[in-house]
Design a protein around this ligand. Structure first.
Ligand code: DC
Length: 232
């Protein structure tokens, strides 16, 4: 069967990664979490003390000069059955999910040179198709010719509750208000930055999963995939 590229975009914490992972499993495709790459570069900047305490600004010159020394990779973890993110050979999967990284990632993700490096890497991973990638600019910049583009949405309270649960389970000490504020601020930063702002591709198909179970969400996407494959 012909392999396709599936691009999944949407605001923070609306279930893109959960959906993308399930679709990749179902289709036996590669899953790539592009947000993990921006988080990895952010962690690198934090480790080098190039990020301000409030996470709002980053020492751009230092980070850009060091970009070539950042190597990001993904490796399958047989224990969790998922793929983990590595930064220069070190497993950073848990560390990049913390609020500390979430608070600083928008300042890093808006940098043109960072985006250029990561977009090139993302495009190289899609060369052989058979890939599901989720992020903010996958259908608009990374794969503007993707066979299927899905725009995922969910309402703010649902998104906040889901992300809060994830963070608490990971041991982050945080309040619901902090989580909501972080999601709102990332939505704003991601949508209003100069370089590849988050926006729905004109030819994307919408899935609002506010009131859908995970299974129903996957089914809606599988219907879109099957229709697309039949079309080709
Ligand atoms: O998907 P996520 O929440 O893990 O992404 C973390 C941040 O990375 C998000 O706030 C914006 C940025 N990002 C981006 O700018 N472009 C992408 N393709 C993916 C993520």
């Amino acid at each position: 069967m012909k392999k396709i590229i599936i691009a999944i975009d949407g605001h923070s914490a609306c279930g893109k990664s959960t959906l993308a992972k399930k679709l990749a499993k179902e289709m036996k495709y590669v899953y790539i979490d592009s947000g993990a790459m921006y988080r990895a570069v952010t962690l690198f900047a934090i480790q080098n003390n190039w990020v301000s305490d409030d996470g709002q600004s980053v020492d751009e010159n230092e980070l850009i000069n060091a970009l070539d020394s950042i190597n990001i990779s993904f490796n399958y973890n047989s224990k969790s059955g998922k793929s983990d993110t590595f930064l220069n050979g070190v497993n950073i999967e848990d560390e990049i999910r913390t609020m500390k990284v979430a608070k600083s990632v928008s300042a890093v993700a808006k940098l043109k040179k960072v985006r250029e490096k990561l977009v090139e890497f993302q495009q190289s991973l899609g060369k052989n198709k058979g890939i599901v990638m989720d992020g903010r600019d996958i259908g608009t910049v990374v794969f503007p010719n993707a066979d299927l583009k899905i725009w995922v949405t969910a309402n703010m309270e649902v998104r906040t509750a889901r992300r809060y649960k994830e963070l608490i389970e990971m041991g982050d000490k945080i309040t619901v208000d902090e989580v909501r504020a972080n999601i709102q601020s990332r939505d704003f930063e991601d949508s209003n930055r100069k370089e590849s702002p988050l926006k729905r591709a004109d030819d994307a198909k919408d899935i609002d999963n506010s009131y859908l179970t995970k299974e129903q969400t996957v089914q809606s996407a599988m219907d879109l995939i099957n229709a697309k494959i039949l079309e080709n």
